[in-house]
Design a binder for this molecule. Sequence first.
Ligand code: MET
Ligand SMILES: [Zn+2]
Length: 787
Amino acid sequence: MTNPGSRTQAGRTQAGRALDGEIEYGSSILGYPRIGARRELKRMLESYWHGGSTREQLVAAGRELADETWRELAATGLEQVPGNTFSFYDHVLDNALLFGARSSRFDDVAADLHPLDLYFAMARGLPDHPALELMKYYGTNYHYRQPEINSATPFSLHAEDLLAEHARAKSEGIELRPVVLGPISLLLLSKAEPGSPQGFSPIDRIDELVGVYLELLDALAKQGCKCIQLDEPAFTSDRTTEELALLGRVYDQLSAASVRPRLLVTGQYGDLGEALPVLAATRVEAIGLDLVTERISASSLAKVPGLKRKRLYAGVINGRNVWKADKAKTLDYLLELKEVCPDLVVSTSTSLMHVPIDLLIEYDIPGDVADRLSFAKQKVREVVTLAKAVYNGAPEEWYKRPRKMDFKLKHDVRQRVAAITPQMRERAPYEERKPAQDAVLNLPLVPTTTLGSFPQTTEIRTARYEYGQGRLSWDEYVEVLKAEIKRVIELQEDIGLDVLVHGEAERNDMVQYFAELMDGFAATHFGWVQVYGSRCVRPPVLYGDVKRKGPMTVEWISYAQSLTEKPVKGMLTGPLTMLGRSFVRQDQPLYETAEQIALALRDEVADLEKAGIKIIQIDEPSMRELLPLRERGREGYLDWAVNAFKLTAGGAKPATQIHTHIGYSSIAQVVDAFDKLDADVTSIVATRSIDWVLSQLAERGTAIARGVGPGVYESRSAHIPEIDEIDDRIQRAAKVIGAERLWVNPDFGLKTRYYWQLEPSLRNMVAAARRERRRLAAGQATVGASR
Ligand code: MET
Ligand SMILES: [Zn+2]
């Protein structure tokens, strides 16, 4: 294997350029997973947080993981290896702190905490210091901690770790290209610190921040660093004219520095659109494009003035999905691009942090599926192979016809999809459904419920593990789960909830659970992807036509229902959430795949009805998350998304009450779509705070007709809400939503909670709902703004 570092040192300086940047076969990636192939990061973090290891041990282990990553990458033959891709928790927070941008909320503890502990305090919170908010990262399932910046937040450079890593690699002959968030995206990802002056927004601080970026460029140049990667993913979303102008101005300023590394600016997670000509007009040396989300033609790139003089990092390998690229097609495309931009580097569309690390440690993915997959390690190989083919030519066999992919086709599924009629999506009008449901359910006003899951106790986890290991038979495993269901039902009756749940003891992760019960999905054993910090998930691979293997939930729900007179909700995960949390096949449009899942779930709805279940909840927390970043794709998406949900629920009888559970959005279009789902009751995940949700609902006059459960306490917080606190929210919600439409529930499932937290919380919730009922009965309640 060639060693890119030593080659750079030995052979490339005679070009005599101050900013060395020659390539032999341009190959790079924009970033790499940082959790380790066996989730080493999770283990080291949890050990430190629980007192099992010292800070020194954690720091050493983190460095080992980071260094192993770039050593391995360099050994693959990748010409340019990214650096600064490791993070102990979240790279957005790391980048804010790289420039000293710390929320003043933490000033009072800063002096007493080691910087690393202060960092974890911001990321995870302290008893009286709520953590920074968790926000979704550009349409991925990654979540970042939102930096808080005010009008006086001091900015200063803290690049010791970044520089030290660069120096360590250099001493091993490896030239790293540090990856840093660009200044504009960093500020646009941040929020104004609570208490900032009216009208202040973090982007107002851009000039000061750019000053510190210039210091960073200077420090890197002094250390002989040749290139820095500045990510500006904010520009693959719609931006204002002012923001676009700012992009030009900022990169003119940064590239004007007299001694500095080369600048690579990337726009990941979508198409740079109108930002591309702006960037091409600056003096940055290189631009990285996501050419997967939008395969921009070489001829349109040729029309961008100035682009042909840039080094183009062609992001043709998908950083967000797990399918192998079609070598011949991709090569042809790259060769066309090279005609336009001769200085071409084969690269990834995004950082590879959104895919699992290594396919080769999986042992039971069906062979024909595995043949088509590529995880981070394999993707690096794809980049190197394609780059060599671009520069040195490709072997003949790349152009031989690929094998037929008919393993995916199930004709019965295709026929069913083809036979879908519009009527299948429509239920009886709500005016008919409502009285029919009231007659069956006979619920009190402001009914109380929870959203599905109860704690996954050690007992449940142990039983699942033992069953997986073959030490517990299926029947024994079922016994454990049934005992758990019984306990959960009894507890809910004791607390006095009106609509009960079975508790989801059988589900480790809901998406994984349903994926395992449908054909067309494959599970991985080690395919972990970071969500944030130590939290990782294993998204299933949706490779083929989807079909239910048999009833998926009926046994559990009917058992729960047999134990109580009160209604027990059937609990399903909706088609959009199944899509949003899986690695989805790309050989057909997403909406076709959505329809297949919807049909499978529709059958489950029918089976639950047959088993006497009267309420069915279809969770769609990810519906909002799949929304295209740019306006132009949104209407089309929302149309088919609503259709898929309605296909799932559309077969339900008028008397069956359909609930859904969604993540609210501040985008009016999305809220309209929620209303179009035509669910009888909609409960809301507080992705920000419940008070934010309530204020949004108030601003819009609700916008969701029919029942609404806005969430009366945040179930994922450790705080146990008082009756008064919940009562206050109920009264505010009743004002906006109307008491006759209001449901009282926490904002989220309870599976990560402890019983000592949830039991008092739910008792207080039920007490608060009863207070509201007494007020309503006495006729003194606020009359709602019902529609
Ligand atoms: C993210 S959807 C949450 C609802 C799910 N039924 C649960 O309680 O876990
Ligand atoms: Zn959480």
